[in-house]
Design a protein around this ligand. Structure first.
Ligand code: F0G
Length: 354
């Protein structure tokens, strides 16, 4: 029965909500945890128990909905008029959808030319005021911080205290599905909020005795945007994984602590490694995730080779967003000839290569 409750009602004893909080829900959370049947063998770890948390099956197609349901509910409770966010795309889609349901105005500031088309389309259709800037995500977030107070709008980026609290529910669901925590936990890192949120969730249930051990947290930045790995902000981050094209992560310290105190690591993966994992997930498991999401699997492959993840371990990779948001990346990364053939059986069979 509990799955009929909204996500933040289901976990209300762990979240900052009261009877006065109006619950704004789109049916988020409760996403599938799917076991790999092929991929682990293809990466030389046939004994691995490998699970994928399919966050792309949330209502707006990414994990952001877990935090946004709480952030928007609290904004409504506080009497906000509107909300604002900087975004590489997914936060804006989620904020726009929840704001629409709550009847709030939503302002979305995006790095021009670096947001996947599906995400842009979502924010526009949900009715947000979409403003691209001549600058990257980090600059957009600086501007949002600068103007939010004066404009009397609530920031719903992950610097909003409720976002990460909502997002930690992903950890609870993984524990419930496995009956324990995974040994290793792999996740992409952009603004570094999600790894911090999952650590909060795992730590909270470990401290309350619900699990015997919390997982080692492994976070993966894109190599061209690997500020935490390099120990300094990156002025001009670049990666084809646009969702994590971020040079100065807002939750830098909490993410570093999450990795360190859990016995894990924040590392980077190259665009080639991300692309390889992106295709491998699709071709071997039937999972179409975003390029950025595949950074978790790219990182797993790297750590397995380095010997820091054991080949027979229990592992969970979070696949943060739905591949359908970014069909351009899918098509650009595949060399297929789409020239039409004559509509004749003989020509068709020939084109099939039979
Ligand atoms: N994966 C996807 C699909 C994302 O959209 C993001 C972040 C991340 C991973 C990284 O998560 O920032 O918590 O470390 N997207 C943000 C946005 C920045 O604006 O949509 P993070």
């Amino acid at each position: 029965m509990h799955s009929q409750l909204a996500l933040i009602e289901r976990y209300r004893e762990y979240l900052p909500i009261t009877d006065a909080t109006p619950i704004i829900s789109l049916g988020e959370g409760n996403t599938p945890l799917v076991k790999a049947v092929n991929l682990h063998r293809l990466i030389g770890a046939s004994g691995m128990k490998l699970y994928f948390k399919l966050e792309g099956l949330n209502p707006t197609g990414s994990f952001k909905d877990r935090g946004m349901t709480l952030a928007i509910s609290k904004a409504v409770e506080a009497g906000a008029r509107g909300v604002i966010c900087a975004s590489t795309g997914n936060t804006s889609a989620s904020a726009a959808a929840f704001a629409a349901k709550a009847g709030l105005k939503c302002y979305v500031i995006l790095p021009a030319g670096h947001v996947a088309l599906g995400k842009l389309a979502q924010a526009i259709l949900y009715g947000a005021k979409v403003i691209p800037i001549e600058g990257n995500f980090d600059r957009a977030l600086e501007l949002v911080r600068e103007i939010a107070d004066d404009c009397q709008v609530t920031i719903v980026n992950s610097i909003n205290p409720y976002r990460l609290e909502g997002q930690k529910t992903g950890a609870f669901e993984i524990i419930e599905a496995l009956g324990q925590a995974p040994e290793y936990f792999c996740i992409p890192v952009g603004n570094a909020g999600n790894i911090s949120a999952y650590r909060r969730g795992f730590k909270q249930w470990w401290q309350s005795g619900k699990i015997a051990k919390a997982p080692m947290m492994f976070g993966f930045e894109a190599e061209g945007a690997a500020a935490i790995v390099q120990g300094k902000p990156i002025a001009n981050p670049e990666t084809f994984a646009t969702a994590i094209r971020i040079g100065n992560p807002a939750s830098w310290q909490e993410a570093e602590l999450a990795a360190n105190e859990s016995g894990g690591l924040i590392d980077s993966v190259t665009d080639d490694e991300i692309l390889h994992a992106y295709k491998l997930l699709a071709e071997s498991e039937g999972i179409f995730c975003e390029p950025s999401s595949a950074a978790s699997v790219a990182g797993l492959i790297k750590q397995l080779k380095a010997g820091s993840v054991l080949p027979d371990a229990l592992v969970t990779c979070v696949l943060t967003g739905n591949g359908l948001k970014d069909p351009d990346s899918a098509l650009k990364s595949s060399q297929v000839d789409l020239t039409p053939v004559k509509a004749e059986a003989k020509q068709l069979v020939k084109a099939m290569g039979l």
